[in-house]
Design a binder for this molecule. Structure first.
Ligand code: ADP
Length: 372
C-alpha cells in the first residue's frame, strides 16, 4: 500500500525546471505530494538519506557530481540503491539512460519530452515500488525476529530438558543394574529401551544446543592452520577411528585459512564423524582429506568410501533434522550437517557434496584462504 502523502526529493540545479515539476505535481489527482528540493549532488544525497523519500527526481547534470555518481552515493551495504530514482536528462542522452538503469535508477525521462502524464506514470510506479520494498523489508525483519525467538526458545527448552532427562537416565540405569533379579525378560527389555531412548535424547539435546549456540557466540576471525587443526581432530577421535578400523589420509600441505577456529573445528569434526558412521556394512571407512586453491579461497575435500547419497538428497541433507536412515540402522540426530552449513555460512564460505550412491561421498568446504 502506497503512503497517503508521498515524499519526493527533487534534485536539480535549474530553478525553472524545479518550478515546472512542482506545478505538474500539483495537477496529480491521485496524490498530494510533500516535495523537498536541493540543487547540488552532495546536498541532495544528504537530503535523501535524511528524508527517505518515496521517489527521487534526479537531474543527470548537477553542478558537483553527475547522476551516476549520485546513484553510487545511495548504494547501501547490500550493494543496491534502496530508493526509487527517476533520472532526468536532456534530449539525445540515450546512452545515459542505459547506464542509469544499470546503476540502479528505476526509470528515465527526457526533460524536453516530459508531460504531466508520463511524469505521473513514472512517479506512481516509483511510489508503488518503494511501498513494496518497505513492506518486504518489514516482513524480513519480522521473520528474522521470529527466527531469533524460536532459536532462543529451542535453546531454553533443550537446556531445561537436561535436568529431568538426567534423572530419568540415572534411575533407569539403577533399575536396569540393581533390579535385574526382580524383573522378568519383558521388564528388562523395556528398561533397555528406556536407557537407549534416554541416550538418544541426550545426543539430540546436545546437538540442538550446539546448533542454537553457534549463532549466539562471537565469531573471531583469525588465521587457522588446517594441518594442525586436523591432527588435533584425529587425535580427539582416535578411539572411534580405532574401533572402526578406519584409515584417515590427510594431505601434508593443508593450507591456513581465515576463519573462526571453533567453527572450523566443528565443521570438520562433524564431517569426519559422518564419514566414520556411514561406512558400508562389513567395510572399513577410508577417508581422504585433500585441498586445492580457487579464487583466493581454499577448497577442502573430505572423501569417504561409504554408502553414498542419492543426488536427490544432496541439498536436503543440510537441512535441520533431515535424516536418510532410521536410528536402528545408523544412529544420529539429523543436526550435524545443519551445523556444518550454518558454520560455513557464518564464515562466508560454501559447502556442497558430490556422491555416488553405494560408492563414495565427497564433502567440499570452501573457505577464505589466509593471505600474508
Ligand atoms: P545425522 O548423521 O545425525 O543423521 P547429519 O546432518 O550429519 O545428521 O546428516 C544427515 C544425513 O546425511 C544422514 O542421516 C545421512 O543419511 C547423510 N550423510 C551424512 N554424511 C554422510 C556420508 N559421509 N555418507 C553417506 N551419507 C551421509
Amino acid at each position: 500500500m502506497a503512503e497517503k502523502n508521498p515524499t519526493i526529493c527533487i534534485i536539480d540545479d535549474n530553478p525553472e525546471d524545479r518550478e515546472i515539476f512542482r506545478r505538474y505535481l500539483l495537477q496529480d489527482t491521485r496524490y498530494h505530494y510533500q516535495c523537498y528540493e536541493e540543487e547540488t549532488g552532495e546536498e541532495g544525497l544528504a537530503l535523501c538519506k535524511r528524508i527517505q523519500p518515496d521517489c527521487i527526481l534526479l537531474d543527470y547534470k548537477l553542478p558537483d557530481i553527475d547522476g551516476i555518481e549520485f546513484l553510487a552515493g545511495l548504494v547501501d551495504a547490500s550493494g543496491s540503491v534502496p530508493f526509487a530514482v527517476i533520472m532526468l536528462a536532456g534530449l539525445g542522452d540515450e546512452g545515459i539512460a542505459l547506464q542509469a538503469m544499470k546503476s540502479g535508477a528505476q526509470d528515465y525521462l527526457v526533460k524536453d519530452e516530459m508531460t504531466p502524464g508520463n511524469l505521473f506514470r513514472a512517479i506512481h510506479n516509483a511510489i508503488e515500488r518503494t511501498a513494496m520494498r518497505r513492506s518486504l523489508e518489514k516482513h524480513q525483519q519480522d521473520l528474522e525476529q521470529k527466527n531469533q525467538e524460536i532459536q532462543a526458545f529451542a535453546y531454553a527448552l533443550a537446556h531445561d530438558l537436561r535436568a529431568p532427562l538426567r534423572a530419568i537416565t540415572g534411575f533407569s540405569q539403577i533399575v536396569e543394574q540393581d533390579y535385574q533379579a526382580v524383573l522378568d525378560a519383558d521388564g528388562r527389555h523395556y528398561m533397555e529401551n528406556i536407557v537407549h531412548a534416554c541416550a538418544q535424547m541426550d545426543r539430540l539435546i546436545d546437538d540442538l544446543l550446539n546448533y542454537t549456540r553457534i549463532e549466539h557466540r562471537a565469531i573471531r576471525f583469525k588465521p587457522v592452520a588446517l594441518g594442525y587443526l586436523m591432527q588435533q581432530i584425529v587425535k580427539g577421535m582416535a578411539t572411534r577411528i580405532n574401533e572402526n578400523q578406519a584409515t584417515i589420509n590427510i594431505a601434508e600441505d593443508l593450507p591456513t585459512v581465515y576463519g573462526d577456529a571453533t567453527l572450523i573445528n566443528q565443521i570438520f569434526v562433524n564431517l569426519l564423524e559422518n564419514a566414520l558412521v556411514y561406512h558400508k556394512p562389513g567395510e572399513n571407512a577410508q577417508v581422504t582429506i585433500s585441498w586445492w586453491e580457487e579464487d583466493e579461497s581454499a577448497v577442502i575435500c573430505l572423501a569417504d568410501n561409504g554408502i553414498g547419497i542419492s543426488p536427490k538428497n544432496h541439498e536436503k541433507i543440510f537441512n535441520l533434522f533431515q535424516r536418510l536412515h532410521s536410528d536402528d540402522i545408523y544412529p544420529g540426530t539429523g543436526i550435524g550437517l545443519a551445523i556444518v552449513k550454518k558454520a560455513v555460512d557464518l564464515l562466508d564460505g560454501f559447502v556442497w557434496v558430490e556422491s555416488t550412491l553405494g560408492v563414495e561421498s565427497k564433502f567440499f568446504v570452501k573457505l577464505p584462504k589466509y593471505v600474508l
